[in-house]
Design a protein around this ligand. Sequence first.
Ligand SMILES: [Zn+2]
Length: 454
Amino acid sequence: MALKQKIISQIYDDQTGEVLNTEIIEDKAIKSPKSIEELGYNHEEQINLLQKIQDAFLGSQITIFPYPQSCPKCETKLYKKGKAKSTFNSVFTDHEIHLTAFRCINPDCKHVIELSLQGVFGDYRHPDLVEIQTKLAAEHSFVKAQELLRLQNKRHRSVNGQVNLKRITEKVGTCLAEIHQDKTSLDTKDIKDQSRLIVQADGGHIKDKHPDRSTFEAILTTVYSPTNVEQKKSKSGCLKGEITQKSFAASSFKDHHRSIKNMLLVSAMKEGLTKNTEVTAFADGAKNCWSIIKSLKSYCKSLECILDWYHIRVRFDKIIKQMKSEYADKLESIKWKIWHGKSEEALERLTLMYGELITSDFADKLHQLLKYLANNKGYLVNYEARKIAGKPFTSSVIESAIETVVNARFKKKQKAQWNRESAHRVLQIRTSVASNQWAKDWEQAKTKLYKKVA
Ligand SMILES: [Zn+2]
């Protein structure tokens, strides 16, 4: 006995049962498998099945395509005039679709209509494909994303080429940039008002592809509610706060921070910002970060800006490590003055120390530290008192956020291939995914990227 499996596509009329088209998709011998490779259909065969099934389906679907009924110019009748070829890229397969072309019968008009998928639906790529492309290209380099898609498809498809991937991520990213700044896009009924929120802002640097410029800055903000911080035990056994829900916003646009300010506001509203919210904000001291954070002021009850203890400590410790013990001890004690909220005294002592070491190798480093603290004097608080009161005084979260949202995709080692605009767009996809917002964002993006037929 020899066994075979036959897969037949049958297009038929659901009401009369009349079969309009029959096509053999597959006629495969069922053999005893000599190895696991011979078990079932292999990758290539599976893709081929999809190709043939889709082709048979599409062949019928274009006969009932939403063709125009009359001339859009003069409303006269149309007659068929040949076919117009359109490409269609589905998740795993590519197709050529031949749509009917029309001409207006009115001799004074003679308007010709050659439909294309792009024209009818706004794009010739299935949204499911675009979603995969976008997410892969936002997570990996374009070369790597192309390779991953090649593996998934068992072959290279030009639609998945790196140039196309770059274009589609830019298109989706542009669309998301609009959504991320649009307050009206918020689904307010799902949002719980918060009495307190934490906001953080920091900058990362991305290599510029322009040969005359070295890097440009990308600003990243994080908003979360203290109620969404869970204390979890790390591998080493110590307790670590983990934020279970947060919203990121990021921009590298040079627009006087207009985009990032809008995006920060929308992301804060997503986390429950209202006129009754008390906001505590952390930054590492860059002037632009404070100005971005302060743009929230008129939208909340109160806004408290604090220079992040984490950054203060790191800056001190870096210098302390390199110093001889006598000065290391002094600097250590200045650091604890800051911790205890005695910033005036700390600055005085640091100025004296700078004077003493002005001819040493540490002059520059101390001067920078002094400048950093003096510039941010207004944002220094009694960190110890806050700790005792159980109030937040630091967050190292933004550090890892910059790492995962910005640095992981815009690697410093990589050849420079970004400008402010292209990075800005990819950042929109990355913040959307990192904020667990992708599913909602993508639903909205689709309504902007694609057209529906009336
Ligand atoms: Zn006409």
